[in-house]
Design a protein around this ligand. Sequence first.
Ligand code: SAM
Length: 238
Amino acid sequence: MKLAIHCQSTELRDQAQNLGLKFGIPFDQSGHLNADFVLTLTESGIELVDKKHPELSGLSISPNEGRLGYRLKQNDFDLLLRAMGTPGEVIDGTAGLGRDAFVLSHKGYRVSAIEQNPALALMLEYVQRHLPTENQFVAVTCADIHQIVTDMPIGERLYLDPMFKPPNRKSLPKKDIQILERLVADDPQTDFSEVLKLARTRFHRIVVKRHIKQEPLAKDVSISFKGIAIRFDVYLKA
Ligand SMILES: C[S@@+](CC[C@H](N)C(=O)[O-])C[C@H]1O[C@@H](n2cnc3c(N)ncnc32)[C@H](O)[C@@H]1O
């Protein structure tokens, strides 16, 4: 997918250019590059637009209080927090839109976010900078978790949320998920069973989010926290 970044006002130009440089996304204020996906930096946030599907409104990442407050009341996040255990360091190896990562940082975890898609990594970096200092991430890194997991220092916790299409999906997913699926369609596919195998030598606790009907990534799950549609499988280091 061809990506580009631009900004809504000249005051944001330096920031947009620097973010573009950090994540390898060209700055294109004039639209000459004809990118498939364009990131727009605004004073209040950042939006990703799918140029081939303008009928889908833009995708934005929002850790703002209202939505976070709503999410914190949802059962799935309660399950995530229970699966994760007491707050501490956590590497979110598939940070995506940061929905889980923002909840974790809000609840006192020190989150290092890894995301292989550069547009998503850039959005996360920009949005988390606007959080209160105590909720900001330790770092946002654009990388393939499979490539870097064995180079990481031995860590407390790893969280993995590989993408899945719910079995027997009959209707179109929500618009933001449609954009996300198109954005990452050309990204390399990862064997997360292999990531888990490598990670188990290095992390004390690994939490994997799965659809409730999916097989676990490895059979010897230590404990599972089950919701209606999803579950969190926890692997504890022996
Ligand atoms: C289901 S989404 C994660 C959603 C995230 N937990 C949230 O709360 O928004 C899965 C993400 O994993 C990313 N991903 C897939 N393979 C990856 C890999 N090998 N390394 C890092 N990120 C990867 C995808 O780009 C996608 O953004």
